[in-house]
Write a protein that binds this ligand. Structure first.
Ligand SMILES: Nc1ncnc2c1ncn2[C@@H]1O[C@H](COP(=O)(O)OP(=O)(O)OP(=O)(O)O)[C@@H](O)[C@H]1O
Ligand SMILES: [Mg+2]
Length: 736
């Protein structure tokens, strides 16, 4: 063990941080903006408790937002103290609850070998229950029941606590909830929401056990406190009681999980419930440059309901924020790839210094493809790569079947997805037939129908499936590739199937499926790089565009993601970027409708949450921030002309520098508006002298677009050549 004194522990902390770390063992609420050292305070506080207060690691509980963050925290504590924090209780609410239930399964009224179910398992079980109860699945959709059950659990409600009165829908939901609960109990199954709920009940039903833990823990710390939900807060509250001091660390401006039940109000509640809590504000930001911070502050300032704080930095202004207006999503991806390459080549950055953040998972496909094409290593953090996602695999399986009926894996995958009454027993019969006769499953299916090997109901279901696939193939012969993909996801019922699911995940799945149509639209078989055995490029003749498309997708999917330790660019959604920091950050897709998301634009509360998400994004950047938007984007299955996100307009102009590269894409015909229409929109002519408030005098070189999209290229006498959106640039003609 390394000897360590007080000064060493407090070194590298500012006065309010020190106050938080070195204060007596009271309740504390550290409420502070992004990058102000909240997590750092939490880590130092743990070290302080161990080193100075001599509290054993096994008497300290720390709650983090991800298991990865817990791992990092553990190693930081070890680094600081030289003591192995192996026995520290550290993890997410879920992992800590799980640990408790494993130890006290009996008191929690669980079976010793209880199994944790993920959300797919949970849905499957609910489906079986709904069917078993003879409830109409169309009216009372299993996905909705799942959402309902989890929401009740998050609020701490068992079926007997709910009184639906006359409401038929709610009554049925309670019936399903009840039956589901019985089934779980019988089978020893526990879902994610149940982990938290059970752990809460464990305290309530076993006072002596609770006392035991209250005596054991001397201190509890919670990071990212603003995103706790009702049951998590209740669990913490009961455990702490009047016995254990709690340090809660958070930022109301970074509450981004309201849609999943998180309650910002828990922050105010904390001061009431944990009497005498010492409130500490941290205002100095150590993460970002002046420009980045100014942008973040000014965006979040537009939220009316804030607890209000200010962030400042002693650091430099730093470089301006680069704003890139891309022609479309392809151009955006190419721009990001170019910048990543140039940072890397100039030796100023490693790949892992750089992160690409986006609002919606579906955006990753185009970015991934651009990275793969450029041969740049990347990782998708906290998510799956596009072609590995469930809904995409389903759609691809249908397409593969059209191409090759004997692809057994694909057939197995989709024969009953969406559900079409082809049960496991029927499929097993087909498997058996195929095994015995050495045929493919498809052939087995044909034989089963022809030879009447199955019950009438099963045969009818199989017949329907057979003609569905056959019909798809016929239709697809006479339409374009992207229409084929669209036809397949529609007629297979996949879109509808996922539409029935509720919530953010369903939305993401639909978006991904539509994104697959876009992938087909922009697909060019000439992009496929095939090589012969000597590594020389060869031209491949494909039987059809679909065959080429499937090949490309298989290549993309098979291209192993850079492993965890390889130097690679991090790609992730804005949500999963919480708590992290990177020297260089790209925020992609800042367009109205995408970010803020179209689902949130009309609801003031949700819009505020989107803005907090933007604040989270901006504040991930330490030194250089790029913000990109595409003037046209194929998204949600169609091409949209979007206007730049309102969040861009909320960033002060003097922190931004617009980047305009020479056009590198050949624009689709639909975008090639004549200069005439641009002239009409801007009231300017090529060659005209103009004046701009910031850049001064210049000459109009070119223009494009129409209406609000019209842009003008101006060569400024002192500031070089720039493309400006006419509607914003406010160019004044000088030769009038
Ligand atoms: N007093 C300090 N001196 C130097 N660097 C500091 C100090 N406090 C924090 N930092 C550094 O500033 C960065 C941000 O700190 P940290 O991640 O703890 O902030 P945070 O408030 O938890 O941010 P977020 O809200 O994004 O979770 C880290 O790199 C951290 O090491
Ligand atoms: Mg933090």
């Amino acid at each position: 063990m390394r000897a360590m004194d007080v000064t060493e522990l407090l070194d590298g902390l500012n006065p309010p941080q020190r106050e938080a770390v070195a204060s007596p063992l009271n309740h504390q609420l550290v409420l502070a903006g992004a990058g102000s050292g909240k997590t750092r305070v939490l880590v130092h506080r743990i070290a302080w408790l161990m080193q100075i207060e001599h509290i054993s690691p096994s008497s300290i509980m720390a709650v983090t937002f991800t298991n990865k963050a817990a791992k990092e925290m553990r190693s930081r504590v070890e680094e600081l103290t030289g003591i192995s924090p192996k026995h520290l209780w550290i993890g997410t609410f879920h992992s800590l609850a799980h640990r408790l239930l494993r130890t006290h399964w009996k008191q929690a009224n669980l079976s010793e070998n209880f199994q944790v179910m993920d959300s797919d398992d949970q849905l499957r079980l609910i489906k079986r229950i709904v069917r078993g109860l003879n409830i109409d699945e169309e009216v009372y959709q299993p996905k909705q029941a799942q959402w309902y059950i989890n929401a009740q659990k998050d609020e701490g409600l068992r079926p007997q606590h709910i009184q639906p009165f006359g409401d038929q829908w709610a009554q049925t939901m309670v019936t399903i909830y009840s039956a589901y609960e019985e089934a779980c109990q019988r089978a020893g199954l526990v879902d994610f929401a149940e982990l938290l709920f059970r752990a809460h009940e464990l305290w309530l039903n076993n006072p002596s056990l609770l006392t035991q833990y209250q005596q054991r823990f001397r201190y509890i710390l919670v990071d990212e406190f603003q995103d706790t939900n009702t049951i998590q807060y209740a669990w913490l509250r009961v455990l702490a009681g009047n016995a254990i001091p709690v340090m809660a660390v958070g930022d109301d401006d970074q509450s981004i999980y309201g849609w999943r039940g998180a309650r910002i109000e828990n922050i105010q509640q904390f001061s009431k419930d944990f009497a005498g809590a010492q409130e500490i504000k941290l205002e100095q930001n150590y993460r970002s440059t002046g420009n980045i911070l100014k942008a973040a502050n000014s965006v979040i300032d537009n939220n009316p309901t804030r607890l209000g704080k200010n962030l400042w930095t002693e650091g430099d202004q730093g470089e301006p924020i680069a704003l890139y207006a891309a022609f479309n999503e392809q151009d955006e991806a190419r721009f990001i790839v170019d910048q990543v390459e140039s940072h890397f080549k100039n030796n100023d950055r490693t790949y892992q210094d750089m992160a690409v953040l986006y609002r919606s998972n579906a955006q990753s496909r185009v970015l991934e493809e651009a990275f793969i094409r450029a041969g740049l290593p990347y990782r998708i953090y906290g998510g799956q790569r596009f072609y590995e996602r469930l809904e995409i695999k389903n759609a691809m399986a249908y397409l593969r079947l059209l191409q090759n009926r004997h692809d057994d894996a694909s057939l197995e995958r989709v024969i009953n997805v969406p559900a079409r009454a082809i049960g496991e027993k029927t499929v097993e019969t087909l498997r058996q037939y195929a095994r015995e006769h050495g045929t493919s499953l498809w052939q087995a299916l044909e034989q089963a129908i022809r030879k009447d090997l199955l019950a009438a109901r099963a045969t009818t279901a199989l017949q329907k499936f057979e003609s569905l696939i056959d019909e798809m193939e016929v239709t697809c012969q006479s339409i374009e590739l992207h229409e084929q993909v669209d036809h397949v996801i529609q007629t297979s019922g996949l879109i509808e199937h996922h539409m029935k699911e509720k919530g953010e995940k369903a939305q993401a799945r639909i978006e991904n499926l539509e994104e697959l149509v876009n992938a087909a639209k922009t697909f060019d078989p000439d992009d496929i790089e095939a090589v012969d055995e000597n590594g020389e490029p060869v031209d491949v003749e494909y039987a059809s565009p679909l065959a080429a498309f499937l090949d490309q997708a298989a290549l993309d999917a098979g291209d192993a993601q850079a492993d965890e330790f390889e130097d690679s660019v991090q790609m992730m959604t804005l949500h999963s970027a919480k708590g992290l920091e990177f020297p260089v950050v790209f925020m992609a897709g800042l367009e109205e409708g995408l970010f803020p998301h179209k689902m949130s634009a009309d609801d003031p509360n949700r819009l505020e949450e989107e803005r907090r998400l933007c604040y989270v994004g901006i504040t991930r950047a330490m030194e250089k921030l790029y913000i990109c938007y595409a003037e046209s984007r194929r998204m949600y299955g169609q091409e949209n002309f979007a206007s730049p996100s309102r969040f861009i307009r909320e960033i002060p102009h003097d922190t931004i520098e617009e980047v305009r590269l020479k056009a590198t894409v050949s624009k689709p015909v639909s975008q090639q508006f004549s200069v005439e229409s641009a002239q009409e929109a801007t009231g300017l002519k090529i060659g005209q002298q103009v004046w701009h408030a910031k850049f001064g005098e210049g000459t109009v070189l070119d223009m494009e677009g129409q209406g609000a999209q019209a842009r003008v290229q101006v060569s400024f006498d002192f500031d070089g050549t720039k493309w400006l959106v006419a509607a914003y640039a406010n160019l004044r003609p000088m030769d009038l």
